[in-house]
Write a protein that binds this ligand. Structure first.
Ligand code: GAP
Length: 443
């Protein structure tokens, strides 16, 4: 089988230290991935950018970091125990398990005509049963039903149960939002496509609490803001599109929902959503907890339960979008190169410093430059192999600038700076490098 773009990306991600399979030396753990030295920087840059735009740059949004483990009643009230399920069928012959809507299944599961897509046996598929996607564990030393708790399948519930705490302590007024970045877990039946659908992932979610009746305007506002933010990551606009959920696609909590989709090498798929959750969550928590969650509008003396507009993005899926969008195979000076054309501010490494040769004072000067830049930028020092090979390694890492110390540098304290995308080189004074990089990394 020819190598697909995804195969190439997965192998590049491993080779350069972006993403490794979890517990690889034991054969790997299904659909769980670890971020290596470059991957952790890329994902952190995305998360920090999101946090800055949501929390720091807006006066009407507060940050939160709620625990992953929550009272089990949260998940009853939120509808996740009853409704966060996928229908599954089992093959009684080969014991494989499938989603009921698996396109490979021929016939109707539970009927004699249904054929198992793996072993081919007819009539061996059970009728569909609902399978809950939440991971269960036990709190405390006794593994009994009363001790069951769940790993959260979305970060949003941590925001709803803290809504009053944040409102009162921050003295915000409606409309206002709460933003959170954190891990979520889903026992996905059909995970796959690298870090696209995994069982442990990170979400970047913001719940915006508004007066009922104004949610339509806020929904449109946040759709606009999220698309602008994504284009600010440097993602090609023609690779992004909206998809409105049909009635049969809406999650149990949503009245209206739009996905933002990206054209991945495996097709158009969702990686972020904007949801109108009405007062579904707050009213359920109010009922189940017995605690009043109403807002008192001091200006009008009105009491109401706020409606919620949610923006929900996956940090890992956004990282995959950024990786896919940056990936290029090019022909340069008669040679093939693979390059990750990240927007410089998102790139894991901002620059690499190279002595042209390891003699004549070049390594000493290159080291001094590297040490000087390290306090401010994530930079890399490389003196191994030909300069061409060193450039290629940094192209694959997506490093936007290559700083080379050559013979002239030791005479006049200037260096060459190579641009990853245009391949143009300019001479810059060693003392001006920090200002040069700062100007290029803005935005
Ligand atoms: N709070 C709403 C919510 O969780 P969702 O559409 O189920 O909505 C939001 O998830 C985002 O979380 C998705 O757009 C995706 O980026 C990410 N996500 C969901 N499940 C995922 C999985 N199994 N692996 C990686 N990311 C996932």
């Amino acid at each position: 089988m020819p190598e697909t773009v995804m195969d190439k990306l997965v192998s590049l991600a491993k080779r350069r230290g972006f993403v490794f399979q979890s517990s690889e030396i034991y054969g790997g753990l299904g659909s769980v991935w670890d971020y290596g030295p470059l991957g952790v920087e890329l994902k952190k840059n995305i998360k920090e950018r999101w946090w800055r735009s949501m929390v720091h740059e807006r006066e009407d949004i507060e940050g939160l970091d709620a625990a992953i483990l929550m009272h089990p009643k949260v998940w009853e009230a939120s509808g996740h125990i009853a409704g966060f399920t996928d229908p599954l069928v089992d093959c009684k012959q080969c014991k494989n398990r499938f989603r009921a809507d698996d396109p490979r299944i021929k016939g109707t599961p539970g009927q004699p005509d249904a054929q198992c897509p793996v072993c081919g046996t007819k009539g061996s598929l059970t009728i569909a049963r609902q399978f809950n996607l939440m991971f269960k564990t036990f709190m405390g030393p006794v593994e009994e039903v009363a001790a069951v708790i769940y790993l959260r399948p979305e970060t949003a519930q941590g925001i709803y149960v803290n809504y009053l705490n944040v409102l009162q302590s921050s003295r915000q007024k409606i409309p206002f939002g709460i933003a959170q970045i954190g891990k979520a877990f889903r026992n996905e039946i059909t995970p796959g496509n690298f870090i696209f659908r995994t069982r442990e992932f990170e979400q970047m979610e913001m719940q915006f609490f508004v007066k009922p009746g104004t949610e339509g305007e806020w929904f449109e506002f946040w759709r606009g803001e999220r698309m602008k933010w994504l284009q600010g990551l440097g993602i090609r606009p023609e690779k992004l599109r909206w998809h409105q959920h049909g009635k049969d696609e809406l999650a149990h909590y949503a009245k209206d929902a739009y996905d933002i989709e990206y054209e991945f090498p495996f097709g158009w798929q969702e990686f972020e959503g904007v949801h109108n959750r009405t007062d579904f969550d707050l009213s359920n928590h109010q009922r189940a907890s017995g605690k009043k969650l109403e807002y008192l509008d001091a200006a009008t003396n009105e009491r109401f339960l706020p409606y919620v507009v949610e923006t929900s993005a996956g940090a890992d899926r956004t990282a995959l979008v950024v990786l896919c969008d940056a990936y290029r195979e090019e022909e340069v000076e008669g040679e093939k190169r693979v390059v990750l054309q990240f927007k410089p501010s998102l790139a894991p490494l901002k620059a690499a410093v190279f002595p042209l040769v390891n003699k004549d004072g070049m390594p000493e000067l290159a080291r001094r430059i590297y040490d000087g830049l390290r306090g401010e930028f994530n930079v890399f020092y490389d003196d191994g192999g030909s300069i061409g090979r060193r450039y290629r390694r940094q192209d694959e890492a997506g490093t936007p600038f290559g700083i080379t110390v050559d013979g002239q540098s030791t005479q006049d304290q200037t260096v060459t700076v190579r641009d990853r995308d245009t391949l143009k080189q300019e001479r810059v004074g060693a003392g001006q490098l920090a200002a040069y990089l700062n100007a290029k990394l803005a935005g």
